[in-house]
Ligand binder design. Structure first.
Ligand SMILES: [Zn+2]
Length: 248
């Protein structure tokens, strides 16, 4: 509302008082008219009303009813000033997830500000959704990291096998740490066509593949992203090689 002055803090406090005591009708006509046309003051009154309701809850029980009333009057002034500051930092104030506990006496008069409040809540809801999505993405990232986590025993075995030449018959061509491309192949030299076992495990030691071959290569199966280990074993069950496969 641009054509007249906004309600003073005292007037806003009166509105809030009226809201909380179901006495909206007793407000002066000019205040009711202003509230009807001014979302800003209407919202401010609601904020003050809510804040006062909370302060009332706090002060309950530690004073006689008449004394409480006196305290209340003093609080109104403090609350009104505080609220007028808080109102302009409104989102921060309303961000606390709690419901408005009071009922609006005349729906028509306050509908606008109610709408404004619900829009604010909607925005907060959007923020929370965005936050949830962000946190969920973090979880997805964690899963990504988890599938590359080395398996303790297989990793030890891999480390121990590095630099050892257990077999003179079979020489491995695939790098010890292998980053395969699509439809890639594990390769070794097997000039004597020895019978060999090939085993592939994921990083939780689940067996992905286990087959025997006397050739010098094996196409990789379709592998999800993650860390895998492969073993080449002789027909005498001698471990010839342990390699790592990292699918990215
Ligand atoms: Zn106003």
């Amino acid at each position: 509302m641009e054509d007249s002055k906004h309600l003073s803090e005292v007037e806003v406090a009166m509105c809030a008082d009226a809201l909380n005591s179901n006495a909206y009708n007793t407000l002066p006509e000019y205040i009711k008219t202003h509230l009807e046309h001014c979302d800003s003051c209407a919202s401010e009154a609601m904020v003050v009303a809510e804040l006062a309701e909370e302060l009332n809850e706090v002060s309950k029980g530690d004073a006689a009813p008449d004394k409480r009333f006196t305290i209340g009057r003093h609080l109104w002034a403090v609350v009104a000033v505080a609220a007028s500051i808080l109102f302009f930092v409104g989102v921060y104030f309303l961000n606390t997830p709690k419901k408005t506990t009071y009922k609006i006496p005349l729906a028509d008069d306050m509908q606008k500000s109610e709408k404004q409040l619900s829009e604010t809540h909607e925005n907060i809801h959007k923020e929370e959704t965005a936050k949830w999505v962000e946190e969920n993405n973090d979880k997805a990232d964690f899963e990504k990291i988890a599938c590359y986590e080395p398996h303790k025993d297989l990793e030890n075995l891999f480390q121990r096998m590095q630099g050892t030449h257990r077999s003179h018959e079979v020489e491995i061509e695939t790098p010890a740490v292998f980053y395969p491309v699509e439809n890639d192949t594990l390769r070794w030299l097997n000039p004597q066509s020895m019978s060999l076992y090939l085993e592939i495990f994921d990083n939780t030691e689940n067996e992905i593949l286990n087959h025997s071959t006397n050739t010098s290569q094996a196409p990789l199966p379709d592998l999800d992203n993650g860390l895998y280990y492969w073993k080449l074993i002789s027909s005498d069950f001698d471990l010839l090689f342990v390699g790592k496969i990292i699918v990215e």
